[in-house]
Design a protein around this ligand. Structure first.
Ligand code: FES
Length: 258
């Protein structure tokens, strides 16, 4: 049976554009079902703002199923809010109670400049992927799944990394604004598979060095793992660091072979 939450006090970051200063604005949600998702609660607020001839709150969202990684809110100081392994779009209002104050901010990281209100520019992630997060070897049409034998632990490790939805919570939660968890997941899901071996060391060198251009350095706080809605383990960072060190020898050898 659904209950209704009353008198929610929202403190929302409003910012007109990337080069203007922002401020918190206060809103009240008088009544909302605890079955509503967090984003549906914001939809209700926006409908009210629009009918009052005010500008709605801009926030990112797409699939609303925890798949696309588009939603990105800092809720009461926690990336994606109070529930572990949950993206903002899958967070429900039953996690809150009547009379709660909810502070809603965009991701805070210098590599993710604010576009407007709660929406940030995460294209620095795209630069990392462009530098090596793909396979260029011609593989032809999609082969039958069982044609390339891959041991189960390897397939599982690749899938664990491939769960990364690229939301950026790891960066927002990290005190250094580091993107090591994201980059390591994107490297690892290719580097552990046979199809990823041909470019393994070129990939890791390029992606780590592109990451370093945009993001802060990892000092093993582990906040990224705690904030990740897919619970990607920081073990992937150790694997990335190991491959990066090896890449410095292997890539040099390849260059000297011409
Ligand atoms: S909107 Fe797609 S993961 Fe949240």
């Amino acid at each position: 049976m659904s209950n209704h939450l009353k008198n929610l006090k929202l403190k929302i970051w409003r910012q007109d554009g990337p080069n203007t200063s922002g401020r918190f604005e206060d809103y009240i949600i008088d009544e909302i079902s605890d079955e509503a998702s967090f984003l549906e609660m914001l939809d209700v607020l926006n409908e009210r703002l629009i009918s009052d001839n005010k500008l709605p709150v801009v926030f990112d969202h797409d699939c609303r199923e925890g798949i696309c990684g588009t939603c990105s809110l800092m809720i009461n100081g926690q990336a994606h809010g109070p529930e572990r392994r949950t993206a903002t779009c899958q967070l429900h209002m039953r996690k809150f109670k009547s009379g709660d104050e909810i502070v809603i901010e965009p991701w805070r990281a210098s590599a993710f400049p604010i576009i407007k209100d709660l929406m940030v520019d995460r294209s620095a992630f795209d630069r990392i992927i462009e530098s090596g997060g793909f396979i260029t070897a011609p593989t032809g049409g999609a082969p039958d799944a069982n044609l390339i034998p891959i041991p189960k632990p390897v397939a599982d490790a690749a899938m664990d990394s491939a769960e990364c939805i690229g939301c950026g919570a790891c960066v927002a939660a990290c005190p250094n604004g580091a993107a090591n968890l994201f980059t390591a997941a994107k490297i690892n899901h290719l580097n552990v598979l046979p199809q990823g071996q041909a470019e393994r060391y070129k990939r890791v060198e390029a992606m780590v060095e592109t990451m370093d251009e945009y993001f802060g350095s990892c000092t093993n706080h582990g906040e990224c793992e705690a904030a990740c809605p897919k619970e990607i383990s920081i073990d992937v960072i150790a694997l990335m660091n190991k491959d990066y060190r090896k890449s410095k020898v292997k890539n040099r050898k390849e260059l000297s072979r011409g």
